[in-house]
Design a protein around this ligand. Structure first.
Ligand SMILES: Nc1ncnc2c1ncn2[C@@H]1O[C@H](COP(=O)(O)OP(=O)(O)OP(=O)(O)O)[C@@H](O)[C@H]1O
Ligand SMILES: [Mg+2]
Length: 264
């Protein structure tokens, strides 16, 4: 009998865009930790950005930072006691093997009840392997920045995915959601509003939550800055969460993607 958590029933959420440096990995990292540690969503990370492996390397930096600091070891021990959870798995694989590697892991670790796999997709879509991996997602979240040149390339990617996948019956992808990132405090919101209309007209999804541009997004465990925001071992700390919109983003995704969030 198939269980709710077997390899075919988990949700695949990809972070994708052909635009480099737009925030795919950063948002995936912060959001994954928030969903896992705070919302108890059982997830697995598949880093398929073979050129950089940003997510996988963040885990390695986290690990090294903890190994080298007794203060961080204490902090983490207290965190594990509080959340009752050990860290989630971060796997890496080449794009053409990513789905297989994730599914094998899930079927070999059924007790982990993984219901979501987050794919950090490579920042390109110029080969059939990369495009077909994107089309194998259930949902793609595609960050955009309110900068005209960057919007054009972000929209082009989303429209390609929509044309090739969302509109074709029989493909796995259900929707691609655009999401404003690096929103400056005093930005003229008219650009975003006019593109919001265009996004809708193209039949693309749009997340209501916009993420602000903030130095918090670079505050890692290894930096010892006091507040931790971006870590694979813990969710952003309470004082860091304020005005980051990460809680709003997590709640919005739980609702629209019907993620199974357990209250502990
Ligand atoms: N909301 C934000 N505020 C400030 N800085 C941000 C924000 N989001 C991302 N950044 C920064 O932007 C840079 C690029 O982010 P990131 O590596 O996540 O992009 P990417 O889309 O994954 O890039 P690539 O295509 O190279 O994989 C990083 O230095 C990151 O810290
Ligand atoms: Mg990246």
């Amino acid at each position: 009998m198939k269980t709710e958590t077997d390899a075919t029933t988990h949700i695949r959420v990809g972070f994708g865009s052909q635009k480099g440096g737009i925030g795919k990995s950063t948002i995936a990292e912060v959001l994954a930790s928030y969903l896992y540690y705070e919302k108890n969503i059982k997830l697995l990370i598949m880093d398929c950005d073979y050129a950089q492996h940003s997510f996988y390397r963040l885990r390695e930096r986290d690990k090294k930072a903890v190994e080298e600091s007794t203060a961080l070891q204490e902090k983490l021990k207290a965190y594990i006691r509080k959340t009752g959870k050990r860290s989630y798995r971060v796997l890496k694989a080449k794009p053409q093997e990513a789905i297989k590697v994730a599914e094998e892991y899930i079927s070999e670790h059924q007790e982990e009840e993984i219901s979501v796999v987050i794919y950090d997709l490579p920042g390109r879509s110029d080969s059939s392997d990369l495009l077909s991996l994107a089309l194998e997602m259930d949902y793609i979240i595609s960050p955009i920045e309110a900068d005209l040149q960057s919007i054009a390339s972000c929209m082009a990617y989303a429209i390609t995915i929509r044309d090739m996948g969302v509109m074709l019956s029989g493909s796995r992808i259900k929707q691609i959601f655009m999401m404003w990132n690096k929103v400056d405090r005093r930005v003229n919101t008219r650009i975003m509003e006019s593109y919001d209309k265009e996004i809708e007209e193209y039949g693309l999804g749009l997340l209501k939550t916009r993420l602000p541009r903030s130095v918090k997004f670079s505050r890692e465990l290894s930096m010892n800055t006091g507040g931790v925001f971006r870590s694979t071992y813990m969710a952003p700390e309470k004082d860091q969460l304020a005005e980051s919109n990460i809680e709003e983003l997590a709640n919005e995704l739980i609702e629209i993607l019907s993620l199974k969030a357990y209250e502990q």
